[in-house]
Design a protein around this ligand. Structure first.
Ligand code: CA
Length: 230
């Protein structure tokens, strides 16, 4: 079934979760502190992450942010112990997909997990290529002619937004929301600068881009096949 990372520091709960998920046929990895969780989540491909909030080392909020900053789209189900935490999950743009309040019922947990896995399985492809560039969205890695291209988290998020909507006009505002988040104040000029960086790193000639073209006055469009401006 699925490969699930359980992040929980209370041994009793961790063991119950592991047993329950294994019974459902899932493969389970366990992290008992936030630092280990963040490292594991960013180095191995998981289908789902069950993330407790109160953790030693680094709390679940920070772990969730780090996973999203790395460009990973893995579904994250937060485990919250208190009402205040639930509000935080709802109120902050953390990038978690859902939350469940402890003590939870196994029935509810299973249902949430199934729903998240179903949603993820109809998600768009995670591997893309154009020209001599290959991008793996799960690993948050871009390669050009086989060599890793260093992209900042912002550049990677922008790239992911382009790859997920090939051939479509993406307005600066839409790109801004996708890369910076909705409640951040950034000028549209910042989008232009980041797209310029992507062109420099991924196009043969950034002054005459094939893949990331400008749509005058509106935004940008990505074409995997490459188009040249006429
Ligand atoms: Ca805990």
């Amino acid at each position: 079934m699925a490969h699930i990372l359980v992040v929980e520091d209370e041994p009793g709960i961790a063991m119950a979760l592991e047993d329950d998920l294994a019974l459902e046929g899932h493969r389970v990895a366990l992290a008992t502190d936030g630092i280990e969780a963040s490292r594991l989540a960013r180095s191995l491909p998981f289908d789902l992450i069950l993330l407790d909030i109160m953790l030693p080392g680094k709390d679940g909020f920070d772990v969730c942010r780090e996973i999203r900053r790395a460009g990973l789209t893995v579904p994250i189900l937060m485990l919250t112990a208190r009402v205040q935490e639930t509000e935080k999950v709802l109120g902050l743009d953390l990038g978690a997909d859902d939350y469940i309040t402890k003590p939870y019922s196994h029935h509810e947990l299973r249902a949430r997990i199934r729903a998240l896995l179903r949603r993820a399985s109809v998600a768009p492809a995670q591997k893309h290529s154009f020209g001599d560039v290959e991008v793996d969205l799960v690993r948050a890695e871009a390669r050009r002619a086989g060599r890793v291209v260093e992209l900042t988290p912002l550049e990677f998020k922008l790239l992911a937004a382009f790859l997920q909507s090939p051939g479509r006009l993406l307005t600066r505002q839409l790109l801004l929301d996708a890369a910076w988040g909705k409640d951040v104040y950034v000028t549209e000029r910042a989008v232009d600068n980041q797209v310029m960086n992507l062109r420099r790193k991924l196009e043969d000639d950034h002054t005459n881009p094939r893949f990331f073209s400008s749509v005058r006055g509106l935004g940008y469009r990505f074409d995997a096949g490459g188009v040249t401006d006429s």
